[in-house]
Design a protein around this ligand. Structure first.
Ligand code: ADP
Ligand code: F6P
Length: 333
């Protein structure tokens, strides 16, 4: 092990995600296990620029593994997008004796980690986002909890939709990615999912499908829509006008980002956080931890950011097939 790193910094950045606390805890405890000092940096890169460094010990992360949110808080920081901001942040790391930083966040935060590494501070990224939209990894911390939260909410909406024979359009998060919508589509048995990777903006097809399924006696019609696709309220209005079926919308919103992390999120967070510390202790920098093809691995950040992610074609097709079987005349997308 290299002796170069004496103090490891840890921060959370971008949108928070359940399991970030478990990752912070893992960074702190693995660092201590390696004989390193740890500094928490509050409010992401914003706090780094503003000098919000706090010493952390094993006790400071006790009783947080089960908590949602992030005890270090998070932020989106415009100043850090500038060279001046990055230099200031690196200087603050040096002033606080921080030689290496673990950045827990999404790919925007990785770009920040890349910039910080260019300023001479060693960095390792850990994937923390509910969106699962980081190309180099098959798993991101927070996804499982978010999907379970959304799934439970959609189950409840389905109950009342059936009672009232309504169409429900439920908007889930995901930014530019349909992973939450696809997983909920499969887990909730939705009639339709609208995901950015596939959606063709053909509302007429949905209208025809609703009319047909109603004629076959279907009691409800669940549409899971990824945020950012079309206008959910307008679609509901059009459905009511053109199908005669009452339509209601629910935007699940920020509830998907909160709550106690599932076992899956706690386990991934703990191993990934610990691995980030191991990488720093091995003298590595400008890398990200990932889970790929069943193994915990690491990639160069530049390489990771250049990768492209595609949604499972097979998963999408299965999701569509699960809502068929009514002598379905509806064309494929
Ligand atoms: P996420 O990490 O969840 O993708 P953002 O895209 O909002 O979230 O990024 C989080 C923060 O990372 C930004 O507010 C900014 O401070 C920093 N960041 C994002 N992109 C860059 C970039 N190109 N260069 C430097 N810092 C960046
Ligand atoms: O990146 C996670 C995410 O929750 C996205 O799904 C969503 O679009 C975005 O963050 C919302 O971010 P903000 O907290 O800035 O509103």
């Amino acid at each position: 092990m290299s002796d170069e790193i004496r103090t490891i910094g840890v921060l959370t950045s971008g949108g928070d995600a359940p399991g970030m606390n478990a990752a912070i805890r893992a960074v702190v405890r693995q660092s201590i296990a390696h004989g390193k000092r740890v500094m928490g940096i509050r409010r992401g890169y914003k706090g780094m620029i503003e000098g919000e460094f706090v010493a952390m010990d094993a006790h400071s992360v006790s009783d947080i593994i089960q908590c949602g949110g992030t005890i270090l808080q998070t932020a989106r920081c415009k100043e850090f997008m500038t060279e001046e901001g990055q230099k200031k942040a690196a200087m603050m790391c040096r002033e606080n004796g921080v030689d290496g930083v673990v950045v827990i966040g999404g790919d925007g935060s990785y770009r920040g980690a890349q910039a910080l590494a260019n300023c001479g501070i060693k960095t390792i990224g850990v994937p923390g986002t509910i969106d699962l939209d980081i190309a180099c990894t098959d798993y991101t911390i927070g996804f499982d909890t978010a999907v379970n939260t959304a799934m439970q909410a959609i189950d409840r909406i389905r109950d009342t939709s059936s009672s009232h024979q309504r169409c429900s359009i439920i908007e889930v998060m995901g930014r530019h990615a349909g992973y939450i919508a696809l997983s909920c589509g499969l887990a909730n048995g939705a009639e339709q999912i609208m995901i950015p990777e596939k959606y063709d903006y053909d509302e007429d097809r949905i209208i025809r499908d609703i009319i047909y399924r109603r004629s076959m006696g279907k009691k409800h019609y669940i549409i899971i829509n990824t945020e950012g696709i079309g206008n959910t309220d307008k679609l509901a209005k059009r459905i009511e006008e053109e199908t005669g079926m009452e339509a209601r919308t629910t935007i699940l919103g920020y509830m998907q980002r909160g709550g106690s992390p599932t076992a899956r999120d706690r386990v991934y967070a703990t191993i990934m956080g610990a691995k980030a510390v191991d990488l720093l202790c091995e003298g590595k920098s400008n890398r990200v931890v990932a889970f790929k093809n069943g193994a915990y691995v690491d990639y160069d950040i530049d390489e990771a950011l250049a990768m492209q992610k595609t949604i499972s074609e097979y998963g999408y097709r299965v999701c569509r097939n699960m809502s068929k079987g009514y002598g379905d005349p509806i064309e494929e997308v």
